[in-house]
Design a protein around this ligand. Structure first.
Ligand code: CA
Length: 342
C-alpha cells in the first residue's frame, strides 16, 4: 500500500464503532499504510505546531519539503521565525520557510497569546533562528510547489486556512496538485444536540478565519482532524517526565516552550498535562494506521460570530473526511520516542 493516499486505504465501509453515537457512514483504514510522505506545512507556529514539526522530522519516510507561516497562535512573521527555530533544532534548517498572510480574509487578526504566549513559543526567550525566511511568500510557495510536483506532495495545514484560500483566489487550481490536504481543525461530525465536543474550547483555527475555511472546504477534499478528537489526547505526568529528561536540543526547546502550554491546560484538565493537537493531524497524514476511523462527508462552517466551527455533514459519497477515533497513546508514545532520539 506504499504511496497510497488515505482515501486509497479505505478498504471497506464499516459501521460506526459502538462508542460513538449515531449511525454515521464511516470508513476504516486498514493494512500496512506506511508510505513515503513529502509534506508542505502551513503553520501558525505555536507550541503544538512545534511538536508537529518535530513529529514530521522524526517519522521515517517523511520529507519536509517546505513550510509557510500563518497567523493564529501568533503573528505570521513570528510563526515563520518559530518554524525556522524548531526546524533548526531538528537538524532541518535547510527547509525553506515562507512568511504567510498577516490576517484573515475578513476582519482583524486575533492571536491565542493566552495559550501559546506572546511569541507563540511560550515566551521562553529562546535563541533566535540562524536562518531567515525566504523572499517568496507562503501563498506563492504553495501555488508553485503544487504545480511543480503534481500528485507528489501532501499539504498539512496546522493553522487558519488563510494562505490556502488566498492561493485559490489567485489560482483556482492551486490546491489540485496536492496529493492530499490534511487540516488540523473542525469539531468533527455535526451533531444536532448533545454536549459540546470541544468542551468549550471551540475550533480556533476555523474561528480565526471562517471565510477561508469555507472557501477551501468548498474547493478541495480535506482530511479534517478536529478538536473533538485532539482535545482528548493529552500528555500525562510520566510523558512529560520523559520529555524533560531527554536533554536533546529539540527536547530542551520543546520542554522550555511547553511550560506555558502546561500552565494553560492545568486549570482545565488537572496537574501536569497538555494537548498535542497538531501532532494528531500530522500523525493522521504520516501514520494513518494510528488514526483508525474516519467519517466521510462534506464540510460546512457553522455558528458564530467568534465561535465558528467546521463540521462534517455525513455523506457516504462525500470527498472529505473527519477523524472519528485515533490511537492517542500510540501517537504520544511515538512522539516522545522521536523526541528522545533526535
Ligand atoms: Ca497550529
Amino acid at each position: 500500500m506504499a504511496e497510497a493516499p488515505p482515501q486509497a486505504g479505505v478498504v471497506a465501509a464499516a459501521p460506526m464503532s459502538a462508542d460513538v453515537p449515531g449511525s454515521l457512514p464511516t470508513v476504516r483504514l486498514t493494512g500496512d499504510m506506511a508510505r513515503a510522505v513529502r509534506v508542505v506545512v502551513d503553520t501558525d507556529t505555536g507550541i503544538d505546531d512545534a511538536m508537529a514539526l518535530v513529529w514530521l522530522a522524526t517519522r521515517p519516510g517523511v520529507e519536509i519539503v517546505a513550510a509557510g507561516s500563518t497567523h493564529g497562535n501568533c503573528r505570521a512573521d513570528q510563526a515563520a521565525l518559530n518554524a525556522l527555530r524548531v526546524l533548526e533544532a531538528c537538524g532541518r534548517g535547510s527547509v525553506p520557510v515562507a512568511v504567510g498572510l498577516p490576517g484573515p480574509v475578513a476582519g482583524d487578526a486575533t492571536f491565542a497569546t493566552h495559550v501559546h504566549g506572546g511569541d507563540g513559543l511560550g515566551d521562553a526567550v529562546l535563541a533566535p533562528p540562524l536562518g531567515r525566511p525566504t523572499d517568496e511568500g507562503a501563498v506563492d510557495q504553495l501555488i508553485r510547489l503544487g504545480h511543480e510536483h503534481p500528485g507528489e506532495l501532501d499539504l498539512l495545514a496546522l493553522g487558519p486556512l488563510t494562505n490556502l484560500a488566498a492561493a485559490l483566489a489567485a489560482d483556482p487550481a492551486a490546491l489540485a496538485g496536492y496529493r492530499s490536504i490534511t487540516v488540523m481543525g473542525g469539531a468533527g461530525v455535526e451533531r444536532a444536540d448533545g454536549p459540546d465536543p470541544t468542551l468549550g474550547v471551540g475550533d480556533p483555527n476555523t474561528a480565526h478565519d471562517p471565510t477561508a475555511t469555507a472557501r477551501v472546504a468548498e474547493a478541495a477534499p480535506l482530511q479534517m482532524v478536529g478538536v473533538d478528537v485532539t482535545l482528548a489526547i493529552r500528555f500525562g505526568s510520566a510523558d512529560l517526565d520523559r520529555i524533560a529528561a531527554a536533554r536533546t536540543p529539540v527536547a530542551t526547546l520543546l520542554w522550555t516552550a511547553m511550560q506555558f502550554y502546561i500552565r494553560f491546560h492545568e486549570p482545565r484538565f488537572g496537574p501536569r498535562t497538555c494537548c498535542a493537537h497538531d501532532v494528531i493531524a500530522a500523525a493522521a497524514l504520516t501514520d494513518p494506521e494510528m488514526v483508525q476511523e474516519w467519517a466521510a462527508g462534506t464540510i460546512a462552517v457553522v455558528d458564530g460570530p467568534g465561535d465558528e466551527r467546521a463540521v462534517l455533514r455525513p455523506d457516504a459519497d462525500g470527498a472529505s473526511h473527519a477523524v472519528v477515533r485515533a490511537d492517542g497513546p500510540a501517537i504520544l508514545r511515538a512522539f516522545i520516542d522521536g523526541v528522545t532520539r533526535l
